[in-house]
Design a protein around this ligand. Structure first.
Ligand code: 6CS
Length: 291
């Protein structure tokens, strides 16, 4: 016969256990409900707020104010299949995208944000959608002879332009270019102007961005340097707040179906992206730093 004390202790333990289990389950249930709510909220309001950078062909704001580019077009197609018909975009600097997501200013970043370990610690990503190598825009003939970040870091006077909070800014600083010679460039068009005016000697962006820029600039005094030895092929994905796992998983499922059906290829390849590169890479690899 169990003593009253043992019985009470067992009951208390049992009660404590069921309380913890309930809280845990409740907690899990709440986060799932919360995440489920995000998608049902988006369906109800009929649009999703996204952050973009206006860096063609990844993202672009057209002259009539409409938003396009490979990343928003992929997001638009996926969200439509999830029952959310519109995307409302705000243009942000790369460095402001993750804080904006965490502050709830937008629900997704669809800007060609590269999937990298330090970013995977702060937000959650979809599976990869857009991949590209790095490049430099320089004056014709590459007068400073800069072909990679090591040479950039070793040069005594070079001024390099890069997007604020972007990968190229970080690569230049890590290569040893002093802060005052890494110039934050607000947008791609400004970068070309700064290069033409001699305010920067090198403009660093992904290959497809510089290619698009130089084509539009149509300036015989500018040229591209690519590939950049020592830099990987980066792959981007849509970024979500950590609380939106269910939304991200729903997004991933549709994205995977579109990759299988070829619909994904039809969206990204006209922008110059190689759909196969994104299919060969995984978020898990990229978050582990296996570029
Ligand atoms: O995610 C990034 O850091 C980079 N992504 C793009 C599309 N352009 C430049 C930026 O540094």
């Amino acid at each position: 016969m169990m003593s009253i004390f043992k019985f009470r202790r067992a009951m208390l333990k049992g009660a404590a256990f069921s309380l913890i289990a309930g809280t845990l389950a409740g907690g899990l249930a709440i986060s799932n409900v919360q995440a489920e709510d995000t998608l049902s909220e988006l369906k109800e309001q009929g649009f999703v707020r996204i952050s973009i950078a206006n860096e063609p062909p990844w993202t672009q704001v057209n002259s009539d104010g409409t938003v396009s580019g490979a990343a928003p077009e992929v997001a638009r197609a996926v969200m439509k299949k999830l029952g959310v018909n519109e995307v409302l975009a705000t243009v942000s600097e790369y460095g402001a995208m993750i804080p904006g997501l965490q502050a709830g200013r937008f629900t997704m970043v669809t800007a060609g944000l590269f999937i990298k370990p330090e970013r995977c610690a702060a937000v959650i990503f979809s599976q990869p959608d857009l991949c590209d190598g790095e490049s430099f825009a320089v004056k014709k003939g590459n007068p400073l002879g800069i072909t990679n970040y090591t040479e950039l870091g070793a040069h005594k006077t070079v001024k390099v332009g890069a997007p604020g909070g972007g990968t190229e800014e970080r690569l230049a600083l890590e290569a040893g270019v002093p802060r005052d010679r890494v110039i934050v460039v607000p947008d791609a068009q400004s970068g070309v102007k700064m290069l033409q005016d001699g305010r920067i000697d090198v403009y660093a962006l992904p290959f497809l961005s510089i290619s698009d820029l130089l084509k539009k600039a149509n300036d015989p005094n500018l040229e591209i340097v690519a590939p950049i030895k020592g830099t990987p092929i980066y792959c981007a994905g849509a970024a979500f707040s950590k609380k939106d796992v269910a939304l991200r998983d729903a997004y991933d499922k549709v994205l995977a179906d579109m990759k299988k059906s070829g619909e994904f290829d039809k969206i990204v390849e006209p922008f110059g992206f190689n759909a196969e590169l994104a299919k060969l890479q995984t978020r898990e690899n990229l978050c582990a730093g296996k570029q």
